[in-house]
Ligand binder design. Structure first.
Ligand code: ADP
Length: 379
């Protein structure tokens, strides 16, 4: 491209999960198209990525930007994907198998199909760099930390998306002590002061913290030892912990909150799964609020947080003892401001938009790389 006649950067964002590929296509900051592709039948991440990369309406693609869940110890800010970066990501696959493997499949496919595009990776761990040193440490022997066994935290791109929106929604939430609850298939929450992460529920891997769709969340490590000592293989335990636990494990029928809500009146186990989920969220909100010294605002986001008024209502009822109260009419209506006039803290519902954040980061490092290249050419 002639640097004298810049045109809008055309950015394809790929967010590969265990059963879906979410994509979004931007011209500069303008979203042109987005969708979630289900990986069913013979559709694989590789096939889906390949067909997007050659789709005429998207060409030419300047930048392909990837959501990567785990950056490990080394990858703490958005980077251009090089073979060295791919190697580092491969070394972290076992830490987040549900996410890291499909992300790598997407990266390797797109880099093969569109080698001339600029490839950029953004990490969910990066947002939590502001946590105090004690929050990054597990209560294990000190040398474990040096081996990279640390509390990283995840969902950082979603938290960043919320933080960008807070100043226009509530100054108190943006500047004060705020707990943001990202409640989707994966679920975590983050205690922030002045929009910076101070504590979060996910830890070394995205397994820790809240009960999730198929993950148990906080779990006595003795359970894992017990299983391993009783003829369960490492693979069995991994399957149980990543794919068979959480809402699915408790209900025996589904990891999907909508399905559990439909069944909850006549199916005890579904009702119990929802109750345990709400208890888990309320308990961890109180824990995070204690850590950050109080609560000015509570934010709900992601599939369940944005859409399930019943879960929000149950969670906030459990926080009545610290003065939390919803305006139920606003809650039912899925409004943005959900608190009653007498609530001691604000309660907001904010839609997360990880894709826009990823596209923005990718454009920034692409422009930086281009200006460095121009500088070198001029010299
Ligand atoms: P992820 O991005 O982690 O795959 P999402 O943020 O899309 O997940 O959230 C998916 C979850 O949101 C599912 O459990 C789904 O049932 C739930 N969800 C979506 N819409 C609703 C709704 N209207 N009521 C209750 N739950 C909902």
């Amino acid at each position: 491209m002639n640097s004298a006649t810049p045109r809008s950067a055309r950015v394809l964002v790929l967010n590969a999960g265990s059963s879906t590929l979410k994509y979004a296509f931007f011209e500069e900051a303008r979203l042109v198209e987005s969708a979630t592709l289900e990986m069913v039948g013979t559709t694989t991440i590789q096939k889906a990525v390949h067909s997007l990369c050659v789709r005429k309406t998207l060409l030419p693609i300047d930048i392909i930007a990837y959501r990567v869940v785990h950056g490990g110890v080394d990858l703490v800010s958005p980077v251009e994907v090089t073979s060295g970066v791919v190697e580092k990501l491969k070394a972290t696959t076992h830490l987040a198998p549900l996410h890291q493997k499909p992300a790598l499949e997407a990266i390797e496919t797109a880099m093969t199909v569109v080698p001339k595009a600029f490839h950029a990776a953004c990490f969910d761990t990066a947002f939590h760099a502001t946590m105090p040193a004690e929050e990054k440490r597990l209560a294990l022997p000190r040398e474990m930390y040096d081996l990279g066994i640390r509390r990283f935290g995840f969902h950082g791109l979603s938290y960043e998306s919320i933080v960008r929106q807070l100043p226009t929604l509530s100054v108190r939430a943006a500047q004060g002590r705020t707990v943001v609850c990202h409640l989707g298939n994966g679920a975590s929450l983050c205690g922030m002061i002045g929009s910076q992460s101070k504590t979060t529920t996910m830890s070394f891997t995205p397994q820790d913290g809240l009960i999730m769709g198929t993950r148990a969340g906080r779990l006595d490590s003795g359970v894992i030892l017990h299983l391993l000592q009783n003829n369960y293989s490492v693979q069995d335990v991994q399957q149980i912990l990543t794919k068979k636990s959480g809402l699915l494990g408790i209900s025996s029928v589904s990891s999907d909150m909508r399905e559990l809500m439909r069944r909850s009146l006549e199916h005890f186990e579904s009702h119990q799964a929802i109750t345990m989920f709400c208890n888990s969220v309320a308990r961890e909100i109180a824990s995070a609020a204690t850590f950050i010294g109080g609560l000015d605002a509570l934010v709900f986001t992601a599939g369940i947080g944005e859409n399930c008024e019943w879960v929000r209502s149950q969670v906030v009822k459990k926080l009545a003892w610290i003065g939390g109260e919803l305006d139920e009419a606003k809650n039912q209506a899925n409004a943005t401001q959900l608190h009653s006039s007498s609530s001691s803290f604000e309660i907001l519902r904010v839609a997360t938009d990880e894709q826009s954040i990823i596209a923005e980061h990718a454009r920034t490092i692409w422009n930086h790389a281009k200006s460095l290249a121009t500088k070198h050419t001029d010299e």
